[in-house]
Design a protein around this ligand. Structure first.
Ligand code: ASP
Length: 434
């Protein structure tokens, strides 16, 4: 029998099984999603390249969630600000959020640098024969990015899906609605109902998650699983270990000792979002799911979740910072660049800034590597070599860093919510997942 036909028969069988589990048993969604993820990896491993033929199912799922990103940020952020009732609270939430985002990113990059130094991922790698990849982009400067936060035309930003200007405008609109008092009360209610409606759609779309996740993971494991392990073995292992350490030590520590909440409930509550982040490699596309998990499973009130998470999906990328640090050391080792302590500090600073400027889309940071590598004297041509070498397997690395990125956002939202008394701890502790 043709192997592709066999693959589809197996796939349809597995999908039917998953649908049956969903209908007939009250198996929680996250259990089905994680089961799908494991089956996807196994199918990809068995069927190899053929598994790419079902990638469109995953792409369709991603389109559905992406469709919700702009309306969700806009409506729930305005509704969230209105529900604060007082613009001063926004200031206190904002300061705590940004401080925690920066702090966790610095921890992430430190973990990346320590592991990259201890385990030398670049040792023994020969880059001769790699096709230099020409599309090395230079990042937008930080000042341009800051300027761009103020939208020239908010409707244009909504249409283009430009997240930071949308966040800026939504916060101002929310403040305007609060300040308008009775006169603007109605429009506040409209935003809150609209946000609820979009969340209902997100809930429906999540029912597709097991199928989408399975198709995407089967594609990755079928087309690049083993190859990546052969070529970038140490780098991949270091990145995965670093990501896991960061999640356990930093996020675990913050949740356990900072917020004094149980870890198990936290990690269980966020699992759906992690599975979607892992399979889509995009924090922005995962945002609707992260919002649902944080509100429904972790009990964070909309006021905090809807302001902290969209900002985090855009500027808080701990996994990305960790990755940039490890790849910087990898490159220095390959090209024989000797690093001083000051170089480490420079890498840490630029990786933090670059991670802030990275878009929450697949492989975004790979193309911003030049910014970090240039500070340790690695030329554009050498960077092109590195990008060309890592690019074919970047997906596997990207999946891990994206999980860390969204878990960081969720951690900060829980901490901020706890400090603002905006968390329903009964929901958090009940471990009631979708
Ligand atoms: N894919 C990552 C994300 O969406 C960004 C990156 O390339 O590091 O969070």
């Amino acid at each position: 029998m043709n192997i592709e036909i066999l693959y589809w028969i197996v796939l349809i069988g597995v999908f039917t099984g998953l649908a049956f589990l969903g209908q007939r048993t009250n198996l929680k969604l996250w259990v089905r999603v994680v089961t799908a993820l494991v089956i996807g990896a196994i199918l990809g491993f068995i069927f190899g390249d053929v598994a790419a033929s079902s990638k469109w199912i995953g792409d369709l799922f991603v389109r559905f969630i992406k469709m919700l990103v702009v309306p969700l940020i806009f409506t729930s952020l305005v509704a969230g600000v209105v529900s604060m009732g007082d613009p001063k609270r926004l200031g206190s939430i904002g300061i705590k959020t940004i401080t925690l985002y920066l702090l966790t990113t610095l921890f992430a990059i430190s973990i990346g640098l320590v592991l990259g130094t201890l385990f030398s991922p670049g040792a023994g790698i020969d880059l001769t024969g790699v096709d230099p990849y020409s599309a090395v982009q230079s990042s937008q400067s930080v000042s341009d990015r800051l300027f761009g936060i103020v939208p020239l035309n908010p409707i244009g930003s909504l249409a283009d899906g430009d997240v930071l200007p949308i966040i800026f405008f939504s916060i101002l609109l929310g403040i305007g609605i609060i300040m308008g008092g009775n006169k603007t009360e109605k429009i506040g209610e409209v935003f809150s109902s609209a946000a609820e409606a979009i969340l209902q759609i997100a809930h429906m779309v999540m029912q597709m998650a097991p199928y989408g996740v399975l198709a995407l993971v089967a594609w990755v494991s079928g087309t690049m699983g083993l190859a990546a392990l052969q070529n970038l073995f140490v780098l991949t292992i270091i990145l995965y270990v670093g990501c896991i350490l960061h999640m356990i030590l930093v996020y675990g520590g913050l949740i356990r000792f900072g917020a004094r909440l149980p870890l198990k409930a936290f990690f269980k509550g966020i699992l759906d979002a992690q599975a979607v982040a892992y399979s889509t490699s995009s924090s922005s596309a995962t945002l609707p799911v992260t919002l649902q998990c944080v509100e429904n499973n972790l009990g964070v009130k909309k006021t905090v979740a809807s302001s902290v998470l969209p900002l985090g999906a855009t500027i808080n990328m701990d996994g990305t910072a960790l990755y940039l640090g490890v790849v910087a050391l990898f490159s220095a080792q390959i090209f024989g660049v000797q690093l001083e302590l000051s170089d480490y500090l420079l890498i840490a600073m630029t990786a933090t800034l670059t991670s802030i400027g990275t878009a929450g889309i697949p492989s975004a940071s790979l193309f911003l590597l030049a910014t970090v590598l240039s500070v340790i004297g690695i030329s554009d041509a050498q960077t092109a070599l590195i990008v060309g070498f890592v690019l074919p397997f970047d997906r596997i690395l990207d999946m891990a860093r994206t999980v860390v990125n969204i878990t960081g956002d969720a951690t900060v939202s829980v901490l901020v919510a706890k400090s603002e008394d905006d968390i329903d701890e009964d929901v958090f502790r009940s471990e009631s997942v979708l």
